[in-house]
Design a protein around this ligand. Structure first.
Ligand SMILES: [Zn+2]
Ligand SMILES: [Zn+2]
Length: 134
C-alpha cells in the first residue's frame, strides 16, 4: 500500500455538474526527476512531485490533495468538497491599468467564493507549489 507510484500516472478530477474533465494531474519523468503537470481551470503548472500528493490523488482524496498544494486546486471547491469545470466554476479576473491580471476569484455553482491566485504576478497561471509545512 505504501509502494511509491511511478510514472506514468494520471488523475482526473471530474466536474460534479456536467461530468466533464475539470482538472488533470500527470506524473511525468523529467531529467530533474519526477514532476507533476497540473492542468486546471486557470492554466497549467509544472512542479516537483510529492509522493503524498500522488498518493492522495491515487486514493481519490481530492481534499487532501487540495490542502497539500499551496494555492490549492483551482477546480475544487473546499466548501462543497467537489470539483467543477471552467464552465461551472466561474472565474472572474480583475485587471490593473496595464491589463495584467491583478487577482482571480472563483465562484462555484453553489455560490462559494474563493480567491484563486495569491499574488497576481503570474497571469493565467496558478502555480500550485507544494506546501512544505504539512
Ligand atoms: Zn461542468
Ligand atoms: Zn462550493
Amino acid at each position: 500500500m505504501d509502494k511509491a507510484v511511478s510514472p506514468p500516472f494520471n488523475a482526473k478530477l471530474m466536474c460534479s455538474v456536467c461530468k466533464k474533465t475539470a482538472a488533470t494531474f500527470n506524473l511525468i519523468k523529467g531529467i530533474e526527476g519526477e514532476k507533476l503537470l497540473y492542468d486546471g481551470i486557470c492554466g497549467q503548472a509544472l512542479f516537483a512531485s510529492d509522493p503524498r500528493l500522488v498518493r492522495a490523488l491515487q486514493a481519490n482524496d481530492v481534499m487532501k490533495a487540495h490542502h497539500l498544494m499551496n494555492r490549492g486546486i483551482d477546480a475544487y471547491c473546499p466548501e462543497c468538497e467537489k470539483s467543477y469545470c471552467s464552465t461551472h466554476y466561474v472565474v472572474t479576473q480583475k485587471r490593473d491599468a496595464d491589463n495584467c491580471i491583478e487577482r482571480m476569484d472563483g465562484t462555484c455553482p453553489r455560490g462559494h467564493k474563493r480567491r484563486l491566485d495569491s499574488t497576481g504576478e503570474k497571469p493565467n497561471i496558478v502555480a500550485p507549489f507544494l506546501n512544505d509545512d504539512q
